[in-house]
Every structure is written in structure tokens, then in C-alpha cells.
Design a protein around this ligand. Structure first.
Ligand code: SAM
Length: 284
């Protein structure tokens, strides 16, 4: 949804913008190409994103106009302070994992793989999905599946995991998927383990905690009249963004109705089907 991001985010064609989720740099490079006087402070907690930035010649064209922060975007304020940048002209967050992270089976995000149950966006972090699945109590697992996956079979799946892990560690994504499939049948095209994988990913990466901290920082980092644009992919993060925009008296909501991807974009990029774009502007 790069056109919509451009339309709503850029209100001034100079100064610093923050791309909280640099990923493969698609959004940042589009904006840097179009607006030759802006600079971008790019966040990504995944070292692979920094590596791609350093090794990709297309992205390196912009190296004098990108400052890369290999950090969690929850630390936006401290990073801006370190850079001596007081205020910025816009914040973009395209939340969740990238298609590259999902497709890279070794990262353990995808259920159809015999790879290690990892799911960390930041590979320097200690906690993995493996630790959660193999060491957390039944009550704790049930709670995570219900809270972050809205999974109605949370209790039964947590119980099954406890029974299975007595026989040996649950090490791979396929092992976990097969355990879930002992409790749930497939309905249509959706894999029965989808909600469990989502829940573990959100928990392992503290996705909602980081998002809340970023949302809390918005009014401190934005210049007056400048905007925050958030792209969310599931109801839990969308609810958090919607609520936080509404409750922040320094922000005005720009789009009362959520913006979604066009049919054309959904055809080209199926992941955009669940994308919701919300925009707020700093007022005072
Ligand atoms: C959906 S992708 C963004 C894709 C990007 N917009 C592009 O054009 O390529 C999300 C990226 O944000 C990163 N990310 C997610 N949560 C983060 C957080 N709390 N702090 C820093 N980076 C985060 C992920 O590692 C991933 O690379």
C-alpha cells in the first residue's frame, strides 16, 4: 500500500521521517526516490534487514540519507536523542513479520518446515518459541494461545503439548503443527495451527508491548501537523492502534474509516488482504 502510505504520510517534503519497520526497504526506498530532500531513520530489530541494507546496491544508493538503527522501535525516543534529533516529520510502521522472514524456513515462523521452532525477529534475543513450548506451564500456554491467538481450543492444545513433550522435546515447526492437528481439524484452506503460531510469535517478540510503547511515544517525537501511519495485519494490533489514537489528546484521527488494499494490490500481493491502514496527526 505504498501509494496510500505516500499520500497520508508525507505532508512536508523535507526533514527526517522514521520507518519503524525497514524490512527489505521497499517503502523507504520508494519515499527516498520520490522526495529527494527527506532523510529516513530506519529501524529493524532483525539483523538480516541491516545486512540486506548494507549489501543491496539499490539501497546503498540512499546510504547518505538513511540512518539505520538495529533496534526495537519501542526505543524510538532514546535513539532519536542519541542522534540529536528532537522531532521528526512522520512515523511509518508496517507491522509484523516480512514475507522474507516467513519464507525463510530456518527462522521457524512457518508451519510447514522441519526447522527449529525459533520465531525470534531479533536473533540476539534469548527467548525462542522452543523454550515457551517446552518449558512453560499448561496454564501459561493456554493463556498465551487464548490471549494472542484468540484460539478457542487453547485449553485442549495446551494439554496435548504437555502430554507430548513428556515423550521428548518438541523441536520443530512440523512437530508442533502435528500436535495441534490432533486436536483441531482443517477448515477450508486455513491451517489449523495458524492461530497457535500467531500467538507464539506475538508472545516471543512481545509484539503488542513494543507497539504500545511506540504508540505512547508518538506525541513526543512528532512535529505539530505531522503524521503517524500504521499498517496492521491482525485484529489485536489494529485494536491497539485504533484505541491509542483515540485516547491520545495530542493526536487527531485522519481516516475515520480504515483504509484497505485495492483488489488489484491484493491480487499482486495476497498478504495485503488483511492489511489495515490507520493515520493520525499531531495537533498540539
Ligand atoms: C512487514 S515487514 C516490513 C516490510 C517493509 N515495509 C518493506 O518495505 O520491506 C516488518 C519488519 O519490521 C521488523 N519489526 C517488527 N517489529 C519490530 C519492532 N518491534 N522493532 C523493530 N523492528 C521490527 C521485522 O523484523 C520486519 O523486518
Amino acid at each position: 500500500m505504498v501509494k496510500e502510505i505516500d499520500q497520508y504520510l508525507i505532508t512536508k517534503d523535507t526533514g527526517y521521517y522514521v520507518d519503524c519497520t525497514f524490512g527489505g526497504g521497499g517503502h523507504s526506498s520508494y519515499l527516498l526516490n520520490k522526495y529527494t530532500d527527506i532523510k529516513i531513520i530506519a529501524f529493524d530489530q532483525d539483523n538480516d534487514s541491516l545486512k540486506r541494507f548494507n549489501e543491496n546496491s539499490e539501497l546503498q544508493k540512499f546510504k547518505d540519507r538513511i540512518i539505520f538503527c538495529h533496534d526495537n522501535f519501542r526505543n524510538i525516543k532514546t535513539n532519536l536523542q542519541k542522534l540529536n534529533i528532537e522531532k521528526i516529520n512522520g512515523v511509518l510502521a508496517d507491522l509484523g513479520v516480512s514475507s522474507k522472514q516467513l519464507d525463510d524456513k530456518a527462522r521457524g515462523f512457518s508451519f510447514n518446515s522441519d526447522d527449529f521452532l525459533d520465531m525470534r525477529m531479533n536473533k540476539e534475543q534469548e527467548l525462542t518459541a522452543y523454550t515457551v513450548v517446552n518449558t512453560f506451564s499448561k496454564e501459561n500456554l493456554q493463556d498465551i494461545f487464548f490471549k494472542y491467538g484468540e484460539e478457542s481450543f487453547s485449553k485442549q492444545i495446551a494439554q496435548k503439548i504437555i502430554e507430548e513433550r513428556v515423550k521428548g522435546d518438541i523441536k520443530t515447526c512440523n512437530q508442533l503443527k502435528d500436535i495441534v492437528c490432533k486436536i483441531k481439524w482443517a477448515k477450508g484452506k486455513i491451517n489449523p495451527a495458524t492461530k497457535i503460531f500467531q500467538a507464539l510469535r506475538i508472545y516471543v517478540n512481545d509484539e503488542l508491548g513494543s507497539l504500545q510503547e511506540l504508540l505512547n511515544s508518538l506525541s513526543d517525537v512528532l512535529n505539530i501537523g505531522m503524521r503517524a501511519v500504521f499498517l496492521t495485519y491482525h485484529s489485536l494490533e489494529d485494536r491497539l492502534v485504533k484505541q491509542s489514537f483515540k485516547e491520545n489528546e495530542n493526536l487527531k484521527i485522519i481516516n475515520k474509516k480504515v483504509i484497505i488494499a485495492s483488489e488489484e494490490e491484493i491480487k499482486a500481493n495476497p498478504r495485503s488482504r488483511s492489511a489495515k491502514l490507520r493515520v493520525a496527526e499531531k495537533t498540539i
